[in-house]
Ligand binder design. Structure first.
Ligand SMILES: [Zn+2]
Length: 600
Protein backbone atom coordinates (compact mmCIF):
# COMPACT_ATOMS: atom_id res chain seq x y z
CA UNK A 1 0.00 0.00 0.00
CA UNK A 2 1.25 3.43 -0.83
CA UNK A 3 1.78 6.15 1.72
CA UNK A 4 -0.47 9.19 1.50
CA UNK A 5 0.43 11.92 -0.93
CA UNK A 6 2.41 14.81 0.53
CA UNK A 7 4.13 12.59 3.09
CA UNK A 8 6.91 14.56 4.71
CA UNK A 9 10.39 13.07 4.87
CA UNK A 10 10.49 13.76 8.61
CA UNK A 11 7.49 11.48 9.17
CA UNK A 12 9.40 8.40 8.06
CA UNK A 13 12.10 6.78 10.16
CA UNK A 14 15.44 8.51 10.35
CA UNK A 15 17.15 5.57 8.66
CA UNK A 16 14.73 5.41 5.74
CA UNK A 17 16.27 7.41 2.91
CA UNK A 18 13.78 6.48 0.21
CA UNK A 19 12.79 9.50 -1.85
CA UNK A 20 9.17 10.69 -1.63
CA UNK A 21 8.44 9.11 -5.04
CA UNK A 22 10.07 5.82 -4.02
CA UNK A 23 8.08 5.77 -0.75
CA UNK A 24 4.90 5.89 -2.76
CA UNK A 25 6.14 3.42 -5.39
CA UNK A 26 6.18 6.21 -8.00
CA UNK A 27 2.42 6.74 -7.90
CA UNK A 28 3.02 10.37 -6.91
CA UNK A 29 5.67 13.05 -7.14
CA UNK A 30 6.26 15.38 -4.18
CA UNK A 31 5.20 19.03 -4.16
CA UNK A 32 7.91 21.69 -3.94
CA UNK A 33 7.89 21.95 -0.13
CA UNK A 34 8.29 18.18 0.27
CA UNK A 35 10.97 18.13 -2.43
CA UNK A 36 12.99 20.81 -0.67
CA UNK A 37 12.52 19.16 2.74
CA UNK A 38 14.00 15.93 1.38
CA UNK A 39 16.93 17.82 -0.15
CA UNK A 40 17.52 19.74 3.08
CA UNK A 41 17.51 16.48 5.01
CA UNK A 42 20.33 15.21 2.77
CA UNK A 43 22.20 18.53 2.94
CA UNK A 44 22.09 18.62 6.74
CA UNK A 45 23.17 14.96 7.02
CA UNK A 46 26.02 15.40 4.50
CA UNK A 47 27.12 19.05 4.86
CA UNK A 48 30.60 18.21 3.58
CA UNK A 49 29.20 17.10 0.22
CA UNK A 50 25.86 18.82 -0.39
CA UNK A 51 24.76 22.42 -0.24
CA UNK A 52 21.58 24.20 -1.38
CA UNK A 53 21.58 27.77 -2.71
CA UNK A 54 18.87 30.19 -3.79
CA UNK A 55 19.40 31.89 -7.14
CA UNK A 56 16.34 34.10 -7.56
CA UNK A 57 12.60 34.19 -7.36
CA UNK A 58 9.77 33.02 -9.59
CA UNK A 59 6.97 35.35 -10.69
CA UNK A 60 4.86 34.19 -7.73
CA UNK A 61 7.76 34.79 -5.35
CA UNK A 62 9.04 31.27 -4.71
CA UNK A 63 12.76 30.68 -4.17
CA UNK A 64 14.60 29.15 -7.12
CA UNK A 65 17.18 26.70 -5.82
CA UNK A 66 20.20 24.78 -6.97
CA UNK A 67 21.66 21.78 -5.18
CA UNK A 68 25.44 21.36 -5.34
CA UNK A 69 27.21 18.05 -4.73
CA UNK A 70 30.98 18.43 -4.38
CA UNK A 71 33.27 15.75 -2.94
CA UNK A 72 35.51 18.07 -0.89
CA UNK A 73 32.93 20.46 0.54
CA UNK A 74 33.97 23.32 -1.74
CA UNK A 75 30.79 24.88 -3.10
CA UNK A 76 32.28 27.98 -4.69
CA UNK A 77 32.52 27.77 -8.50
CA UNK A 78 35.85 29.62 -8.59
CA UNK A 79 37.45 27.15 -6.18
CA UNK A 80 35.92 24.22 -8.03
CA UNK A 81 37.22 25.44 -11.40
CA UNK A 82 40.67 25.97 -9.87
CA UNK A 83 40.62 22.34 -8.70
CA UNK A 84 40.28 21.23 -12.34
CA UNK A 85 36.93 19.51 -11.89
CA UNK A 86 34.20 19.83 -14.51
CA UNK A 87 30.76 21.18 -13.57
CA UNK A 88 27.54 19.52 -14.71
CA UNK A 89 24.29 21.53 -14.48
CA UNK A 90 21.05 19.54 -14.68
CA UNK A 91 17.74 21.36 -15.07
CA UNK A 92 14.45 19.72 -14.12
CA UNK A 93 10.79 20.55 -14.54
CA UNK A 94 11.04 23.50 -16.91
CA UNK A 95 7.84 21.92 -18.18
CA UNK A 96 6.46 21.19 -14.76
CA UNK A 97 4.18 18.39 -15.89
CA UNK A 98 7.44 16.60 -16.79
CA UNK A 99 9.03 16.30 -13.35
CA UNK A 100 10.79 12.96 -13.85
CA UNK A 101 14.24 14.53 -13.65
CA UNK A 102 13.48 15.97 -10.21
CA UNK A 103 12.73 12.56 -8.73
CA UNK A 104 15.72 11.03 -10.56
CA UNK A 105 18.04 13.72 -9.14
CA UNK A 106 16.77 13.16 -5.59
CA UNK A 107 17.61 9.45 -5.86
CA UNK A 108 20.94 10.12 -7.57
CA UNK A 109 22.00 12.63 -4.91
CA UNK A 110 21.03 10.20 -2.14
CA UNK A 111 23.05 7.42 -3.79
CA UNK A 112 26.05 9.68 -4.37
CA UNK A 113 26.31 10.54 -0.66
CA UNK A 114 25.46 7.07 0.68
CA UNK A 115 26.88 4.59 -1.82
CA UNK A 116 30.69 4.75 -2.19
CA UNK A 117 30.46 3.36 -5.73
CA UNK A 118 28.12 6.22 -6.73
CA UNK A 119 30.30 8.64 -4.75
CA UNK A 120 32.99 8.12 -7.42
CA UNK A 121 30.78 10.14 -9.76
CA UNK A 122 32.08 13.24 -7.93
CA UNK A 123 35.74 12.33 -8.43
CA UNK A 124 36.34 14.76 -11.32
CA UNK A 125 32.91 16.36 -11.59
CA UNK A 126 30.72 18.60 -9.46
CA UNK A 127 26.99 17.99 -9.85
CA UNK A 128 24.73 21.04 -9.74
CA UNK A 129 21.02 20.58 -10.30
CA UNK A 130 17.88 22.69 -10.30
CA UNK A 131 15.33 20.41 -8.61
CA UNK A 132 12.40 22.36 -10.05
CA UNK A 133 12.90 25.26 -12.45
CA UNK A 134 9.30 26.17 -13.25
CA UNK A 135 8.20 26.10 -9.60
CA UNK A 136 5.02 28.12 -10.10
CA UNK A 137 3.90 25.71 -12.83
CA UNK A 138 4.95 22.78 -10.62
CA UNK A 139 2.65 23.92 -7.82
CA UNK A 140 -0.31 24.17 -10.22
CA UNK A 141 -0.90 20.47 -9.57
CA UNK A 142 -3.67 18.60 -11.26
CA UNK A 143 -4.63 15.20 -12.60
CA UNK A 144 -5.43 16.96 -15.88
CA UNK A 145 -2.13 18.63 -16.79
CA UNK A 146 -0.78 16.03 -19.21
CA UNK A 147 -3.31 14.05 -21.22
CA UNK A 148 -0.47 12.34 -23.12
CA UNK A 149 1.39 11.13 -20.06
CA UNK A 150 1.24 7.91 -17.99
CA UNK A 151 1.47 9.22 -14.40
CA UNK A 152 2.18 10.27 -11.74
CA UNK A 153 -1.27 10.98 -10.31
CA UNK A 154 -0.85 14.75 -10.02
CA UNK A 155 1.53 16.82 -12.07
CA UNK A 156 2.35 20.46 -12.69
CA UNK A 157 1.62 22.79 -15.57
CA UNK A 158 3.78 23.31 -18.68
CA UNK A 159 4.02 27.10 -18.49
CA UNK A 160 4.99 29.52 -15.70
CA UNK A 161 2.59 31.67 -13.69
CA UNK A 162 2.14 34.14 -16.58
CA UNK A 163 1.55 31.21 -18.97
CA UNK A 164 4.91 31.63 -20.72
CA UNK A 165 6.69 28.49 -21.88
CA UNK A 166 10.12 28.98 -20.28
CA UNK A 167 11.62 26.71 -22.93
CA UNK A 168 10.84 29.34 -25.57
CA UNK A 169 12.17 32.22 -23.48
CA UNK A 170 15.95 31.70 -23.38
CA UNK A 171 16.72 34.37 -25.97
CA UNK A 172 14.12 37.09 -25.32
CA UNK A 173 14.33 36.55 -21.54
CA UNK A 174 10.88 37.89 -20.66
CA UNK A 175 10.41 35.74 -17.55
CA UNK A 176 11.97 36.34 -14.11
CA UNK A 177 12.98 32.67 -14.10
CA UNK A 178 15.03 33.17 -17.28
CA UNK A 179 16.73 36.27 -15.86
CA UNK A 180 17.65 34.36 -12.69
CA UNK A 181 18.83 31.36 -14.71
CA UNK A 182 21.20 33.50 -16.80
CA UNK A 183 22.82 35.05 -13.68
CA UNK A 184 23.18 31.66 -12.01
CA UNK A 185 24.47 30.02 -15.20
CA UNK A 186 27.21 32.59 -15.63
CA UNK A 187 28.23 32.40 -11.98
CA UNK A 188 28.66 28.62 -12.28
CA UNK A 189 29.68 28.51 -15.96
CA UNK A 190 29.01 24.76 -16.19
CA UNK A 191 30.94 22.56 -18.59
CA UNK A 192 27.89 20.53 -19.57
CA UNK A 193 24.16 21.22 -19.36
CA UNK A 194 21.21 18.80 -19.24
CA UNK A 195 17.53 19.66 -19.65
CA UNK A 196 15.13 16.87 -18.60
CA UNK A 197 11.78 16.47 -20.38
CA UNK A 198 9.07 13.95 -21.20
CA UNK A 199 8.08 13.46 -24.84
CA UNK A 200 4.97 14.36 -26.71
CA UNK A 201 4.57 12.59 -30.03
CA UNK A 202 4.85 9.06 -31.33
CA UNK A 203 4.74 5.78 -29.44
CA UNK A 204 7.79 3.49 -29.53
CA UNK A 205 9.72 1.04 -27.38
CA UNK A 206 12.45 3.40 -26.16
CA UNK A 207 11.94 4.83 -22.68
CA UNK A 208 14.98 7.14 -22.88
CA UNK A 209 15.61 9.36 -25.90
CA UNK A 210 18.12 12.15 -25.96
CA UNK A 211 19.57 14.77 -28.27
CA UNK A 212 23.13 16.04 -28.28
CA UNK A 213 23.77 18.96 -30.58
CA UNK A 214 26.24 18.02 -33.27
CA UNK A 215 25.06 20.53 -35.90
CA UNK A 216 27.33 22.83 -37.96
CA UNK A 217 26.84 25.75 -35.56
CA UNK A 218 28.43 23.88 -32.63
CA UNK A 219 32.17 24.17 -32.05
CA UNK A 220 33.39 21.36 -34.37
CA UNK A 221 35.69 19.62 -31.91
CA UNK A 222 32.92 19.54 -29.30
CA UNK A 223 30.45 18.20 -31.88
CA UNK A 224 32.88 15.43 -32.79
CA UNK A 225 33.40 14.46 -29.11
CA UNK A 226 29.63 14.36 -28.55
CA UNK A 227 28.90 12.37 -31.71
CA UNK A 228 31.76 9.88 -31.60
CA UNK A 229 32.16 9.36 -27.86
CA UNK A 230 29.39 10.68 -25.63
CA UNK A 231 26.36 9.58 -27.65
CA UNK A 232 27.32 5.91 -28.14
CA UNK A 233 28.54 5.70 -24.53
CA UNK A 234 25.22 6.98 -23.19
CA UNK A 235 23.29 4.43 -25.26
CA UNK A 236 25.59 1.58 -24.24
CA UNK A 237 25.58 2.42 -20.52
CA UNK A 238 21.81 3.07 -20.33
CA UNK A 239 20.95 -0.10 -22.25
CA UNK A 240 23.22 -2.14 -19.95
CA UNK A 241 20.81 -1.35 -17.11
CA UNK A 242 17.78 -2.79 -18.90
CA UNK A 243 16.43 0.50 -20.18
CA UNK A 244 16.28 1.22 -23.90
CA UNK A 245 17.82 4.41 -25.24
CA UNK A 246 17.66 6.11 -28.64
CA UNK A 247 20.30 8.70 -29.50
CA UNK A 248 18.16 11.39 -31.04
CA UNK A 249 14.92 13.26 -30.67
CA UNK A 250 12.23 11.24 -32.42
CA UNK A 251 10.22 13.42 -34.78
CA UNK A 252 8.31 11.58 -37.48
CA UNK A 253 8.16 12.84 -41.05
CA UNK A 254 4.50 11.86 -40.95
CA UNK A 255 2.74 11.70 -37.57
CA UNK A 256 0.36 9.04 -38.81
CA UNK A 257 2.95 6.87 -40.54
CA UNK A 258 6.19 5.97 -38.70
CA UNK A 259 7.44 4.07 -41.76
CA UNK A 260 8.02 7.46 -43.44
CA UNK A 261 11.08 7.92 -41.23
CA UNK A 262 12.56 10.44 -38.84
CA UNK A 263 12.76 14.17 -39.46
CA UNK A 264 15.37 16.86 -38.91
CA UNK A 265 14.76 19.26 -36.05
CA UNK A 266 16.44 22.62 -35.62
CA UNK A 267 17.46 23.97 -32.21
CA UNK A 268 17.22 27.79 -32.15
CA UNK A 269 18.23 29.66 -28.99
CA UNK A 270 14.73 30.08 -27.61
CA UNK A 271 15.32 26.53 -26.32
CA UNK A 272 17.65 25.78 -23.41
CA UNK A 273 19.98 23.56 -25.41
CA UNK A 274 19.80 26.04 -28.32
CA UNK A 275 21.08 28.74 -26.00
CA UNK A 276 23.93 26.40 -25.00
CA UNK A 277 25.20 26.58 -28.60
CA UNK A 278 25.53 30.36 -28.13
CA UNK A 279 27.13 29.81 -24.69
CA UNK A 280 29.74 27.49 -26.29
CA UNK A 281 28.74 24.60 -24.04
CA UNK A 282 27.48 21.09 -24.84
CA UNK A 283 23.83 20.55 -24.03
CA UNK A 284 21.91 17.31 -23.61
CA UNK A 285 18.15 17.25 -24.10
CA UNK A 286 16.63 14.20 -22.41
CA UNK A 287 13.12 13.13 -23.40
CA UNK A 288 11.66 10.25 -21.39
CA UNK A 289 8.83 8.52 -23.18
CA UNK A 290 5.42 9.78 -22.08
CA UNK A 291 3.61 6.42 -22.14
CA UNK A 292 6.13 4.52 -20.01
CA UNK A 293 5.13 4.34 -16.35
CA UNK A 294 6.59 6.85 -13.94
CA UNK A 295 9.02 4.43 -12.31
CA UNK A 296 10.44 3.40 -15.69
CA UNK A 297 10.88 7.04 -16.72
CA UNK A 298 12.46 8.23 -13.47
CA UNK A 299 14.87 5.30 -13.28
CA UNK A 300 15.66 5.73 -17.00
CA UNK A 301 16.54 9.34 -16.37
CA UNK A 302 18.65 8.31 -13.37
CA UNK A 303 20.65 5.98 -15.62
CA UNK A 304 21.26 8.53 -18.38
CA UNK A 305 22.45 11.08 -15.78
CA UNK A 306 24.69 8.47 -14.16
CA UNK A 307 26.08 7.52 -17.58
CA UNK A 308 26.78 11.16 -18.42
CA UNK A 309 28.54 11.68 -15.07
CA UNK A 310 30.70 8.61 -15.78
CA UNK A 311 31.60 9.89 -19.22
CA UNK A 312 32.38 13.35 -17.85
CA UNK A 313 34.54 11.87 -15.10
CA UNK A 314 36.48 9.91 -17.68
CA UNK A 315 36.98 12.91 -19.99
CA UNK A 316 36.80 15.89 -17.64
CA UNK A 317 40.11 17.43 -18.69
CA UNK A 318 39.29 17.06 -22.39
CA UNK A 319 35.86 18.59 -21.85
CA UNK A 320 37.23 21.60 -19.97
CA UNK A 321 39.79 22.12 -22.74
CA UNK A 322 37.11 21.88 -25.46
CA UNK A 323 35.03 24.54 -23.70
CA UNK A 324 38.03 26.82 -23.35
CA UNK A 325 38.73 26.48 -27.07
CA UNK A 326 35.07 27.06 -27.96
CA UNK A 327 35.08 30.26 -25.87
CA UNK A 328 38.26 31.39 -27.61
CA UNK A 329 36.80 30.70 -31.06
CA UNK A 330 33.64 32.67 -30.18
CA UNK A 331 35.71 35.62 -29.00
CA UNK A 332 37.55 35.62 -32.35
CA UNK A 333 34.38 35.82 -34.48
CA UNK A 334 34.53 39.59 -34.90
CA UNK A 335 38.16 39.64 -35.99
CA UNK A 336 39.63 39.12 -39.43
CA UNK A 337 39.66 36.64 -41.10
CA UNK A 338 36.78 34.97 -39.16
CA UNK A 339 34.44 37.72 -40.36
CA UNK A 340 34.77 36.62 -43.97
CA UNK A 341 33.38 33.15 -43.19
CA UNK A 342 29.57 33.16 -43.35
CA UNK A 343 28.16 32.70 -39.87
CA UNK A 344 25.18 30.29 -39.65
CA UNK A 345 21.99 31.75 -38.18
CA UNK A 346 19.57 28.99 -39.02
CA UNK A 347 19.83 25.39 -40.17
CA UNK A 348 17.63 23.14 -42.26
CA UNK A 349 17.69 19.53 -43.42
CA UNK A 350 20.48 18.93 -45.89
CA UNK A 351 18.79 16.03 -47.65
CA UNK A 352 21.44 13.60 -46.40
CA UNK A 353 19.83 10.54 -44.87
CA UNK A 354 20.93 7.43 -43.04
CA UNK A 355 19.28 4.10 -42.35
CA UNK A 356 18.56 3.61 -38.65
CA UNK A 357 17.35 0.59 -36.75
CA UNK A 358 14.16 1.69 -35.07
CA UNK A 359 12.24 -0.13 -32.35
CA UNK A 360 8.66 1.04 -32.62
CA UNK A 361 5.27 -0.50 -32.08
CA UNK A 362 2.98 -2.01 -34.66
CA UNK A 363 0.39 0.39 -35.91
CA UNK A 364 -2.74 0.54 -38.02
CA UNK A 365 -3.75 3.51 -40.14
CA UNK A 366 -7.13 4.39 -41.47
CA UNK A 367 -9.65 7.11 -42.10
CA UNK A 368 -11.11 8.71 -38.99
CA UNK A 369 -14.71 9.86 -38.86
CA UNK A 370 -13.67 12.03 -35.88
CA UNK A 371 -10.90 14.05 -37.49
CA UNK A 372 -11.84 13.46 -41.08
CA UNK A 373 -8.17 12.65 -41.73
CA UNK A 374 -5.97 9.57 -41.58
CA UNK A 375 -5.40 8.42 -38.00
CA UNK A 376 -2.96 6.00 -36.42
CA UNK A 377 -3.58 3.44 -33.70
CA UNK A 378 -0.61 1.74 -32.04
CA UNK A 379 -0.61 -1.91 -30.97
CA UNK A 380 1.59 -3.04 -28.08
CA UNK A 381 3.56 -5.47 -30.29
CA UNK A 382 7.15 -4.54 -31.14
CA UNK A 383 7.74 -3.33 -34.68
CA UNK A 384 11.45 -3.35 -35.45
CA UNK A 385 12.14 -1.59 -38.71
CA UNK A 386 14.89 0.03 -40.69
CA UNK A 387 13.90 3.65 -41.21
CA UNK A 388 15.28 6.52 -43.22
CA UNK A 389 16.33 9.39 -40.97
CA UNK A 390 17.51 12.88 -41.84
CA UNK A 391 21.15 12.73 -40.88
CA UNK A 392 22.52 16.07 -41.95
CA UNK A 393 21.87 19.74 -41.50
CA UNK A 394 22.91 22.58 -43.74
CA UNK A 395 22.99 26.29 -43.21
CA UNK A 396 19.71 27.92 -44.25
CA UNK A 397 20.54 31.54 -43.37
CA UNK A 398 23.99 32.99 -42.80
CA UNK A 399 25.63 36.41 -42.51
CA UNK A 400 29.10 37.80 -42.71
CA UNK A 401 29.96 39.44 -39.41
CA UNK A 402 30.86 42.98 -38.40
CA UNK A 403 33.44 43.82 -35.74
CA UNK A 404 30.58 44.82 -33.48
CA UNK A 405 27.20 46.52 -33.30
CA UNK A 406 26.07 49.95 -32.18
CA UNK A 407 22.55 50.42 -30.78
CA UNK A 408 21.00 53.89 -30.26
CA UNK A 409 20.23 54.47 -26.55
CA UNK A 410 16.46 54.81 -27.00
CA UNK A 411 16.20 51.10 -27.89
CA UNK A 412 16.64 50.46 -24.19
CA UNK A 413 14.61 47.25 -24.02
CA UNK A 414 16.75 45.71 -26.78
CA UNK A 415 19.96 46.67 -24.95
CA UNK A 416 18.52 45.48 -21.66
CA UNK A 417 18.05 41.92 -22.97
CA UNK A 418 21.74 41.83 -23.92
CA UNK A 419 22.56 43.02 -20.40
CA UNK A 420 20.39 40.23 -18.97
CA UNK A 421 22.51 37.79 -21.02
CA UNK A 422 25.60 39.48 -19.51
CA UNK A 423 26.93 40.33 -22.94
CA UNK A 424 29.74 42.88 -22.60
CA UNK A 425 28.75 46.26 -23.98
CA UNK A 426 30.07 49.79 -23.61
CA UNK A 427 28.28 53.13 -23.80
CA UNK A 428 29.48 55.99 -25.98
CA UNK A 429 30.49 59.10 -24.03
CA UNK A 430 29.67 61.49 -26.87
CA UNK A 431 28.03 61.58 -30.27
CA UNK A 432 29.84 59.56 -32.93
CA UNK A 433 29.48 59.92 -36.68
CA UNK A 434 30.90 57.29 -38.96
CA UNK A 435 30.34 54.67 -41.61
CA UNK A 436 28.25 51.67 -40.61
CA UNK A 437 26.37 48.94 -42.39
CA UNK A 438 22.68 48.90 -41.70
CA UNK A 439 19.61 47.03 -42.84
CA UNK A 440 16.46 48.30 -44.50
CA UNK A 441 13.64 45.80 -44.06
CA UNK A 442 10.33 45.58 -45.87
CA UNK A 443 7.49 43.17 -46.52
CA UNK A 444 7.27 41.85 -42.94
CA UNK A 445 4.22 39.91 -41.83
CA UNK A 446 2.86 39.30 -38.35
CA UNK A 447 0.79 36.37 -37.10
CA UNK A 448 -2.88 36.74 -36.23
CA UNK A 449 -2.51 35.42 -32.69
CA UNK A 450 0.16 35.69 -30.00
CA UNK A 451 3.06 33.29 -29.56
CA UNK A 452 4.70 33.38 -26.13
CA UNK A 453 3.04 36.68 -25.34
CA UNK A 454 4.33 38.42 -28.45
CA UNK A 455 3.55 38.66 -32.16
CA UNK A 456 6.84 37.50 -33.66
CA UNK A 457 7.52 38.18 -37.31
CA UNK A 458 6.55 35.13 -39.33
CA UNK A 459 7.36 31.73 -38.05
CA UNK A 460 5.97 28.51 -39.37
CA UNK A 461 5.73 25.44 -37.19
CA UNK A 462 9.01 23.96 -36.05
CA UNK A 463 11.09 25.05 -39.00
CA UNK A 464 11.82 28.72 -39.32
CA UNK A 465 10.80 30.46 -42.49
CA UNK A 466 13.38 32.74 -43.94
CA UNK A 467 12.58 36.43 -43.89
CA UNK A 468 13.45 36.33 -47.59
CA UNK A 469 10.31 34.29 -48.25
CA UNK A 470 8.01 37.14 -47.31
CA UNK A 471 10.07 40.29 -47.06
CA UNK A 472 13.67 41.31 -47.11
CA UNK A 473 16.39 43.02 -45.12
CA UNK A 474 19.04 44.51 -47.37
CA UNK A 475 22.36 45.85 -46.21
CA UNK A 476 23.89 49.16 -47.26
CA UNK A 477 26.73 51.32 -46.01
CA UNK A 478 25.74 54.72 -44.66
CA UNK A 479 27.33 57.49 -42.65
CA UNK A 480 25.22 57.86 -39.54
CA UNK A 481 25.37 59.70 -36.24
CA UNK A 482 24.87 57.78 -33.00
CA UNK A 483 24.21 59.91 -29.92
CA UNK A 484 25.94 59.67 -26.55
CA UNK A 485 24.83 56.65 -24.54
CA UNK A 486 24.62 54.36 -27.57
CA UNK A 487 25.53 50.77 -26.73
CA UNK A 488 28.60 49.36 -28.48
CA UNK A 489 28.61 45.56 -28.55
CA UNK A 490 32.00 44.22 -29.64
CA UNK A 491 32.14 40.70 -31.04
CA UNK A 492 35.56 40.00 -29.52
CA UNK A 493 33.92 38.38 -26.50
CA UNK A 494 32.88 34.93 -25.32
CA UNK A 495 29.18 35.72 -25.84
CA UNK A 496 29.56 37.07 -29.39
CA UNK A 497 27.01 34.55 -30.68
CA UNK A 498 24.34 35.84 -28.28
CA UNK A 499 24.85 39.36 -29.67
CA UNK A 500 24.75 38.11 -33.27
CA UNK A 501 21.56 36.09 -32.75
CA UNK A 502 19.86 39.00 -31.00
CA UNK A 503 20.87 41.76 -33.43
CA UNK A 504 20.94 40.12 -36.86
CA UNK A 505 17.33 40.56 -38.08
CA UNK A 506 17.15 37.21 -39.86
CA UNK A 507 18.27 35.12 -36.88
CA UNK A 508 15.38 32.88 -35.74
CA UNK A 509 15.09 34.50 -32.30
CA UNK A 510 16.33 38.00 -33.08
CA UNK A 511 14.95 41.10 -31.36
CA UNK A 512 13.40 42.07 -34.69
CA UNK A 513 11.67 38.71 -35.08
CA UNK A 514 10.31 38.86 -31.51
CA UNK A 515 8.77 42.27 -32.18
CA UNK A 516 11.20 44.49 -30.23
CA UNK A 517 11.57 46.70 -33.33
CA UNK A 518 7.94 46.66 -34.51
CA UNK A 519 7.55 50.48 -34.32
CA UNK A 520 10.08 50.93 -37.16
CA UNK A 521 7.51 49.40 -39.51
CA UNK A 522 4.85 51.97 -38.68
CA UNK A 523 4.32 54.95 -40.99
CA UNK A 524 3.64 57.90 -38.68
CA UNK A 525 2.87 60.67 -41.20
CA UNK A 526 0.62 60.53 -44.23
CA UNK A 527 -1.00 62.92 -46.70
CA UNK A 528 -4.61 63.94 -47.06
CA UNK A 529 -6.12 62.76 -50.33
CA UNK A 530 -6.60 66.24 -51.79
CA UNK A 531 -2.99 67.11 -50.93
CA UNK A 532 -1.67 63.90 -52.52
CA UNK A 533 -3.75 64.48 -55.68
CA UNK A 534 -1.77 67.68 -56.16
CA UNK A 535 1.55 65.94 -55.36
CA UNK A 536 0.79 63.13 -57.84
CA UNK A 537 -0.01 65.51 -60.69
CA UNK A 538 3.20 67.49 -60.12
CA UNK A 539 5.40 64.40 -59.80
CA UNK A 540 4.03 62.85 -63.02
CA UNK A 541 4.84 66.01 -64.91
CA UNK A 542 8.36 66.07 -63.45
CA UNK A 543 9.05 62.37 -64.05
CA UNK A 544 7.70 60.56 -67.11
CA UNK A 545 9.23 57.32 -65.84
CA UNK A 546 7.31 57.58 -62.59
CA UNK A 547 4.16 58.18 -64.58
CA UNK A 548 4.87 55.11 -66.72
CA UNK A 549 5.51 52.98 -63.60
CA UNK A 550 2.21 54.15 -62.09
CA UNK A 551 0.21 53.48 -65.25
CA UNK A 552 1.79 50.04 -65.66
CA UNK A 553 0.84 49.19 -62.07
CA UNK A 554 -2.75 50.33 -62.60
CA UNK A 555 -3.00 48.14 -65.69
CA UNK A 556 -1.39 45.02 -64.24
CA UNK A 557 -2.43 45.01 -60.57
CA UNK A 558 -6.21 45.00 -60.12
CA UNK A 559 -6.04 45.24 -56.31
CA UNK A 560 -3.91 48.33 -56.68
CA UNK A 561 -6.13 49.79 -59.40
CA UNK A 562 -9.21 49.41 -57.20
CA UNK A 563 -7.66 50.93 -54.07
CA UNK A 564 -7.76 54.77 -54.11
CA UNK A 565 -5.52 55.02 -51.02
CA UNK A 566 -2.87 52.72 -52.51
CA UNK A 567 -2.83 54.76 -55.73
CA UNK A 568 -2.20 57.98 -53.79
CA UNK A 569 0.29 56.30 -51.41
CA UNK A 570 2.28 55.24 -54.49
CA UNK A 571 3.29 58.87 -54.94
CA UNK A 572 3.62 59.76 -51.25
CA UNK A 573 5.99 56.86 -50.45
CA UNK A 574 8.33 57.83 -53.26
CA UNK A 575 8.35 61.51 -52.30
CA UNK A 576 10.74 63.16 -49.81
CA UNK A 577 7.77 63.38 -47.40
CA UNK A 578 7.16 59.66 -47.61
CA UNK A 579 10.83 58.77 -47.27
CA UNK A 580 11.06 60.98 -44.18
CA UNK A 581 9.01 58.30 -42.36
CA UNK A 582 12.07 55.99 -42.52
CA UNK A 583 9.79 52.94 -42.50
CA UNK A 584 11.81 49.73 -42.10
CA UNK A 585 15.13 51.42 -41.30
CA UNK A 586 16.71 49.06 -38.79
CA UNK A 587 18.40 51.34 -36.25
CA UNK A 588 21.29 49.04 -35.25
CA UNK A 589 24.59 49.79 -36.99
CA UNK A 590 27.11 47.12 -37.96
CA UNK A 591 30.56 48.45 -37.10
CA UNK A 592 33.37 47.68 -39.50
CA UNK A 593 35.94 48.56 -36.84
CA UNK A 594 35.93 49.27 -33.10
CA UNK A 595 38.59 51.96 -33.49
CA UNK A 596 37.83 55.60 -32.80
CA UNK A 597 34.58 55.09 -30.92
CA UNK A 598 34.18 57.35 -27.87
CA UNK A 599 33.44 54.53 -25.43
CA UNK A 600 33.79 54.82 -21.71
ZN1 LIG B 1 9.14 19.32 -22.15
Amino acid sequence: MGLPEGLRATEVSATDWRTPAELDDYRTTPDYTTTVEYLERIASAYPGTVCIENFGKTGEGRDLKIVVASKDGHFDPETIRASGRAILLVQNSIHAGEMDGKDACLALLRDIVQNPERGKLLENVVLVFIPVYNIDGHERRSAYSRINQNGPSLSGWRANATNLNLNRDYMKADAPETRAFLRMFHRWMPDFFVDNHVTDGADFQYDVTFALDVTPDVFPATAKWLRDFVSPELVRRVNATGHLAFPGPIFLNDDTDPSQGLAFHDNPPRFSTGLMILENRPGLLVELHMLKNYKTRVTGDYEVLRALLEVMNQDSAALIALNREADRAAAALGSEPARRVPFPLCLERSGETAQVQFRGFEFARGPSEISGATSIRYNPKPWNATLTADSGAKVAISVTLPAGYIIPPQWAHVIEVLEAHEVILKRTSGAWTGKVERYRCSGMQWPGKPFEGRYPILRGGNVERKIGEFGKCTLSTDTLTFLAGSAVVPLNQRLSKVAIHWLEPEAPDSALRWGFFDPIFEQKESGEAYVLEQLAREEMVKSPSLRAEFEHRVQTDSHFAEDPNARLEFFYRRSPWGLANRVGEYPVGRLMSLDGLPVR
